[in-house]
Design a protein around this ligand. Structure first.
Ligand SMILES: [Mn+2]
Length: 312
């Protein structure tokens, strides 16, 4: 039985509060799960918040002691690329050290100490995190459970030891438009669609964008506008045109799927009978959210718990 926990982004105080609220017991530096239960972390442990090293200490110890499982989020994947020299371009890294990429990662680098021994140790640990898990009764991934991309990653992700990300796959995953790149982008960052020819919107930073993040789980979406994940002021820019072939995708069947990643707001609850996103913007003023799963094949709002929303 699992307690599935959304994106923490360095908010150790929200993590510890949520674990205590769910009956986890302090044990040395970390926590023990209640009998018969285990925590699952959905990735994006790092970047943004003030307690990133404490979050990693807790999660690593819980994984090592068998009290938790953890998957890779886009922020851990990005951290690996930031720290890995590009074998094809001397002096460059797989993830370009651009001002934009630095801004997103600077708080982590400050807290860990760039190029410190701890930094190297954490990057090695991030490489041990699977991008998805199928646990029989539930499935978890950071952003998009796409069976084709999942199968591709499964066939190439692990090195010969089976314990760490294969270096060749990692390099391929940073080569734009390779199958490995498309698979990791999709699974860790979600489905994005190019808008029809005339379509674009202006994002929060004032940039013109032609691709839009989509609600891949919403199988009754009719148009780009229904499918796009955008604020009300932006969605007017998205055309009310029929979606391309292959979208929307069929309804989720089989075991329930949990993701993080989408910065939801409002009251936590399922987005479909077999689908939940557990990211309710803990990185900003939102709570850290978990789902307490006990074997059900259809999800219930009653099993969501939250901790740490800012007072309004
Ligand atoms: Mn994310």
């Amino acid at each position: 039985m699992y307690d599935i926990i959304g994106d923490i982004h360095g908010h150790a105080e929200k993590l510890e509060g949520l674990l205590l609220q769910m009956g986890y017991v302090p044990d040395g530096c970390a926590y023990l799960a209640p009998t018969g239960r285990k925590a699952i972390f959905l990735g994006d442990l790092i970047d943004r918040g003030p307690g990133q090293m404490r979050v990693l200490e807790i999660v690593r110890q819980m994984v090592d002691s068998g009290n938790a499982l953890c998957i890779m989020g886009n922020h851990e994947f990005n951290a690996i690329g930031w720290a890995t020299p590009d074998p094809a371009n001397a002096g460059q890294y797989l993830r370009p050290r651009s001002p934009k990429n630095l801004a997103q990662h600077a708080e982590f680098l400050k807290q860990v100490g760039q190029d410190s021994a701890l930094h190297a140790e954490l990057i090695a640990w991030f490489k041990t995190l699977p991008p998805f898990l199928d646990l029989g009764g539930i499935r978890v991934t950071h952003a998009w459970w796409d069976p084709e991309r999942i199968a591709y990653i499964e066939s190439r992700f692990w090195d010969a030891s089976g314990q760490s990300m294969c270096e060749e796959f990692l390099v391929d995953a940073y080569s734009k438009h390779s199958l490995a790149y498309e698979a990791m982008e999709g699974v860790c960052k979600g489905l994005e669609l190019k808008l029809p020819a005339e379509g674009f919107f202006i994002d929060h930073e004032g940039h013109k964008r032609y691709d839009v993040r989509c609600r891949w789980w919403q199988n009754d979406a009719k148009s780009y506008r229904d499918y796009a994940i955008l604020g009300p002021s932006q969605s007017d820019c998205v055309p009310d045109k029929a979606l391309p072939t292959g979208h929307p995708q069929p309804a989720i069947e089989g075991s329930p799927i949990f993701v993080g990643h989408y910065w939801l707001q409002g009251t936590p609850g399922p987005l479909g009978p077999k689908f939940a996103c557990l990211d309710y913007s803990a990185a900003k003023r939102g709570p850290l959210v978990a789902y307490q799963w006990s074997g059900e094949s259809e999800l219930s709002e009653a099993n969501f718990v939250e901790f740490g929303a800012a007072e309004s």
